[in-house]
Design a protein around this ligand. Structure first.
Ligand code: URP
Ligand code: ZN
Ligand code: ZN
Length: 463
């Protein structure tokens, strides 16, 4: 057998196994696993000694080139996917937003144009639904046949994205018919809006009030409501960017009852807390995203939730806005600060550091949360999310002992600050492959904008 690339001497780590093996790649696929694979004729030979070989990371929650709050997110599909690749992410799922009155296909067409020819890694789309007359319900079902098998709904942001329970319920019924996943932004937007208006009337305009006006109870209530609606509709539900213990408790209870309820958290909720707002002047704006940062004790509860499979996925909710000029739009009023933070680049390193080096879970659970579970939940498995003969050769040569200090001075995201500035991580990619093509080689991008392809995803089938 002839390989385009032969990776030798690595330790393969999947969600279930850890074993020493060589790995052969041909035509973008993994074609062989085994000891002492023949090197004759291999175009490239990579020595992975001392490193793990893991499936490429899958980030199922990003917002590239997204209009929001009078501006747009600072990374487009080129800069954002290159930054993702530096961190070992080889597939992402971004969100196409349906404007009210628009067809879902128009929304997708808009996002296809944003990504086409720019993305350096593979990508798919969830569709954010804001308006759902009968025709759109049918469209939801037909899109599932075209590889768009998940839809995001918002229980927050009244007047912008928020939808009412009846629409949510109808969308869940459509999802249950067509094998799609409903992703839910679970916060009680109505109650939050009242709390926010009262704070502004009292002159509370600083960034920290973004967090202080969005109580954990609002997230827990909406999480519980989303689960109840999904249970009545007979559909799966995936709670996005879960930030606190109370919401996690709702997910845990539902899963204990055997319901197809899933949830993700993000590195910012594992590493940062409301104490990050204790910074001079307006700098707290760097930590304005939704749901907001919580008290520090929630972090350990989230790590435990990941270890116990109460939480299945770590995504980033990457939604970068520069501090200068973009976050500054809210200088006099925290409600005008564009919501979102940059994180696409450091997910694997942060989860490996806190999870594996932190003694909280195994390398296999690490792979599961950053690659395999997202692939399974969002219809990419086994093409992606694992290391097996026949799977795409999306691979990361991951050095478990490589130390880095996260900083805006060295990151590759197109944003002028880092949420994780100064945090030391241990464990980072040495080389990153997408469909057999080398993208990252010891800190250098050697891939190409436009290499990334739209991936048609399968329907949800985990029941
Ligand atoms: O603050 C955030 N999370 N911005 C992105 C939009 C969302 O709600 O995911
Ligand atoms: Zn959201
Ligand atoms: Zn988001």
């Amino acid at each position: 057998m002839r390989f385009d690339t032969l990776i030798r001497n690595g330790i393969i780590a999947t969600a279930t196994d850890t074993f020493a093996s060589d790995l052969g790649i041909a035509d973008g696929k993994i074609v062989a696993l085994g000891q002492n694979l023949p090197a004759e004729g291999a175009t490239n030979i990579v020595d992975a000694a001392g490193n793990y070989v893991i499936p490429g990371g899958i980030d199922v929650h990003t917002h590239l080139d997204m209009p929001f709050g009078g501006t747009k997110s600072a990374d487009d599909f080129e800069s954002g996917t290159i930054a993702a690749a530096f961190g070992g992410t080889t597939t992402l799922i971004d969100f196409a937003i349906q404007q009210k009155g628009q067809t879902l296909r128009t929304a997708l067409d808009t996002w296809w144009k944003k990504a086409d020819g720019k993305a350096a890694i593979d990508y798919g789309f969830h569709c954010i639904v804001t308006d759902l007359p009968e025709a759109r319900l049918e469209e939801m079902k037909s899109l599932a046949g075209e590889g768009v098998t998940s839809f995001k709904l918002f229980m927050a942001y009244p007047g912008v994205f928020m939808v009412e329970d009846a629409l949510i319920f109808k969308a869940m019924l459509a999802a249950s018919d067509s094998g799609s996943m409903i992703c839910m932004h679970a916060e009680n937007g109505g109650a939050i809006d009242v709390i926010v208006r009262r704070a502004l009337a009292e002159g509370k305009t600083a960034p920290k009030y973004h967090a202080l006006t969005r109580p954990t109870t609002a997230e827990a209530e909406a999480t519980g409501r989303a689960i109840a609606l999904a249970e009545m509709a007979g559909s799966p539900v995936y709670i996005v960017h879960l930030s606190c213990s109370e919401a996690l408790e709702r997910v845990r209870e539902a899963r204990d009852r055997g319901l197809p309820v899933y949830a993700e958290t993000c590195p910012q909720y594992l590493y940062l807390s409301i104490e990050n707002f204790d910074v001079p002047g307006f700098e707290g704006a760097k930590y304005v995203f939704t749901p907001p940062l919580r008290e520090k004790w929630h972090q350990e509860r989230l790590w435990k939730g990941l270890a116990a499979d109460q939480l299945q996925v770590v995504s980033t909710d990457h939604c970068p806005f520069c501090y200068k000029e973009q976050k500054e739009l809210g200088k006099d009023d925290f409600t005008k600060i564009p919501n979102g933070g940059p994180g696409i680049e450091h997910r694997l390193s942060l989860v490996f550091t806190g999870g594996v080096h932190g003694g909280r879970f195994s390398v296999n659970r690490f792979v599961e949360t950053v690659s395999t579970a997202p692939a399974k939940l969002f219809g990419l498995y086994p093409r992606k999310g694992t290391i097996a003969v026949g799977s795409d050769a999306d691979l990361v040569i991951f050095d478990p002992n490589l130390e880095q200090v996260i900083s805006a001075a060295t990151h590759h995201m197109r944003v002028d600050y880092s949420m994780f500035e100064g945090i030391k991580v241990k464990g980072a990619p040495r080389q990153v492959f997408s469909r057999g093509r080398l993208l990252i080689d010891d800190g250098k991008f050697v891939g190409r904008a436009g290499h990334g392809e739209f991936i048609k995803r399968q329907r949800y089938n985990l029941r």
